[in-house]
Design a protein around this ligand. Structure first.
Ligand SMILES: [Zn+2]
Length: 236
């Protein structure tokens, strides 16, 4: 299960992990909290609602390319996640974790990702709380049967975007070699037609560094020291 803030996060940030999971037959589910109505690049949309509808369709097309079997867009306002009611938003994720019952959950790190977006920070904190709370019967006792996923990973990075203030990324413990699915990841990004100028802007960085995705294991079922991994599903 992958939790993101905006349509296109699923591919530019997590596309490699999702495509690799699909290739080995793992059933995946992406939850996106906003429609991305506040994006800088707006295609020919004349309103936030029109852009949201456009991006909703682009998100579905991208998930199809990545082999994501279940995907859902929630109705939070893009750019405003830090003002959302925390326990209420977390409960919506708790409910989804309990119904889908994932082994592995992935989301952004608290740094907000490559562009340090506050929505990315909030999705990290909400998902981290929901990951733990989903397994505790005392939290939201009326929401489905508790489920404790086995591992939570935060996205990290080994490089920064030029002309952007750099995040302070969490040291990674997982290096995913995504070169075999990089074309799929790019194809998914191309489904976000309204965001084509963004793709063009970031293309050279992704060409240079895009063969790998980096994650930090931040919660796990068994106590263990930090160990380096090359697979989110190692030994599961
Ligand atoms: Zn985003």
């Amino acid at each position: 299960m992958c939790v993101v803030a905006h349509p296109d996060d699923e591919c530019f940030a997590f596309g490699g992990a999702l495509a690799l999971a699909a290739a080995r037959g793992v059933e995946s589910y992406v939850v996106c909290l906003t429609e991305g109505q506040a994006a800088t690049y707006r295609g020919n949309a004349e309103s936030g609602a029109a852009l949201g509808a456009m991006r909703r369709a682009e998100f579905a097309a991208s998930c199809d390319v990545l082999g994501v079997r279940h995907h859902e867009l929630l109705d939070y306002q893009d750019g405003r996640l830090e003002f959302a009611n925390f326990p209420q938003a977390a409960s919506r994720l708790v409910e989804r974790i309990r119904r889908f019952r994932p082994d592995v959950v992935i989301t952004f790190g608290a740094d907000g990702g490559l562009n340090t977006h506050a929505d990315h920070m909030m999705v990290s904190m909400l998902t981290t709380a929901a990951y733990h709370w989903a397994g505790r019967p005392k939290r939201y006792p009326d929401l489905a049967t508790p489920h404790q996923a086995r591992r939570l990973f935060h996205l990290s990075t080994a490089y920064f975007l030029p002309e952007r203030q750099s995040p302070q990324p969490m040291p990674w413990s997982v290096t995913l070699d995504i070169r075999g699915v990089q074309a799929t990841k790019n194809e998914a990004f191309r489904q976000h037609v309204s965001q084509a100028p963004l793709m063009e802007k970031t293309q050279s960085t992704f060409e240079q560094y895009g063969g790998y995705e980096h994650y930090a294991l931040v919660a796990t079922a068994a106590p263990q020291p930090v160990c380096l991994m090359t697979d989110l599903f190692e030994d599961l």
